[in-house]
Design a protein around this ligand. Structure first.
Ligand code: HEM
Length: 345
């Protein structure tokens, strides 16, 4: 059968070996990955996709300067056709992405899929998690209402207290010693330029590593059956994408995004609080002296970043005792307790 003329024309001009391109689609996945709780990794990817599309639409009308930022958000929400929907999708896909990442991390932690040789897959995963928090922090500040302005002020103040590099970090983010028009410009630049670039690079590295190693088999699982990445797995991901999108649209219609009061640098609101995903560190920093809080938080993040090696070290120390699993679970329970504590206070 001869190829379609258009395909022939294209193949002559762009001589890509199509057979090579099709290979990744033929990947065979272990059957345990059929359960959604296990293959959760695709969910943050879908949500990131939703954020990229809605984020690009928002940039058409958002104005990153302190005098016009709040007004432009108001216009998007109240005057632009479907602006409320786009804003809501962008906000809530971000919140869901953090939840999905938590769940993905828990599943990888519980199945210990981060162990040799997948340590770097975990490290890139952690980088993705931190970048996602960076998106949340910078995005929240762009709204430029009173709460987001003060959360930015307090948040960047805390960074200024980081040992050794704090001062430089503060200047890098604020563009000067104080929160100023430079700060909003920088946050915008990070939010739509620096972070997305790093994110795409880290996602690529993460997924390439997942592909090169293949998905880890479960400990003690004797099943050898596999199923196809294409079309079965891809269709499952597409179904999840549809459900997520539908859920987000229904939520946006039921609870359209609100507007606070415009930022006023001369008036500090009584209850400044970051977004919920920063609650654990916020509560922790309120509980202990500042320097202790910052050093221990840095130690906690470092420990998470290099968890595969920490766990392997603990395993060598007490073989078969699963010290890592106990320690990790205790750390997770503590983080959750701090989050709930701050949420209820
Ligand atoms: C935008 C963020 C992320 C995306 C899009 C993503 C995507 C994925 C995908 C698609 C897989 C294949 C298996 C599955 O679906 O579970 C996977 C596996 C994996 N992910 Fe992620 N991930 C992200 C963040 C993270 C984070 C935060 C961690 C941990 C700190 C992590 C650690 C891992 C590890 C170790 C594997 C290998 C698991 C195995 O082989 O069974 N990932 N990721």
């Amino acid at each position: 059968m001869s190829a379609h003329p258009l395909r022939r024309w294209l193949a002559e001009r762009v001589p890509i070996p199509m057979e090579e391109l099709r290979k990744p689609l033929r990947e065979e996945l272990p059957v345990h990955l059929r359960g959604w709780a296990v293959w959760l990794g695709g969910t943050p990817l879908i949500l990131f996709g939703i954020q990229v599309v809605t984020g690009i639409l928002l940039t058409f009308y958002y104005r990153p300067d302190p005098v016009r930022a709040f007004e432009s958000v108001r216009r998007i929400t109240l005057a632009m056709r479907f602006g409320w929907l786009i804003r809501s999708l962008h906000q809530n896909a971000g919140q869901l992405m953090i939840i999905a990442l938590f769940l993905h991390m828990i599943r990888v932690f519980v199945t210990r899929a981060y162990r040799r040789p997948r340590e770097l897959t975990w490290v890139f995963g952690m980088a993705l998690f931190l970048l996602t928090l960076g998106f949340g922090f910078t995005g929240y500040s762009l709204v430029y209402d009173s709460l987001s302005y003060w959360a930015t002020t307090v948040g960047t103040n805390l960074l200024g207290d980081v040992p050794v590099v704090g001062h430089q970090l503060l200047w890098l983010l604020r563009g000067g010693p104080d929160v100023s028009p430079n700060t909003l410009a920088r946050f915008y630049n990070f939010h739509i330029g620096v972070l997305p670039t790093l994110m795409v690079l880290a996602i690529t590295a993460h997924l390439v590593l997942v592909r090169l190693h293949g998905v880890a088999r479960l400990e003690g699982d004797r099943r050898h059956e596999t199923y196809d990445f294409f079309p079965e797995h891809v269709l499952r991901e597409a179904a999840i994408a549809l459900v997520l999108l539908l859920g987000l649209v229904v939520y946006a219609s039921a609870r359209p995004p609100g507007l606070g009061v415009p930022a006023d640098p001369t008036f500090t609101p009584p209850h400044i609080r970051p977004e919920w995903y920063f609650f654990p560190s916020y509560r922790w920093l309120k509980l202990v002296p500042m320097q202790v809080g910052i050093w221990t938080s840095a130690g906690f993040v470092g420990c998470m970043m290099f968890w595969p090696w920490v766990d392997a070290g603990l395993e060598r120390l007490a073989p078969g005792r699963r010290l890592g699993t106990w320690l990790g679970s205790a750390g997770f329970a503590f983080t959750l307790a701090l989050l709930v504590w701050e949420a209820l206070s």
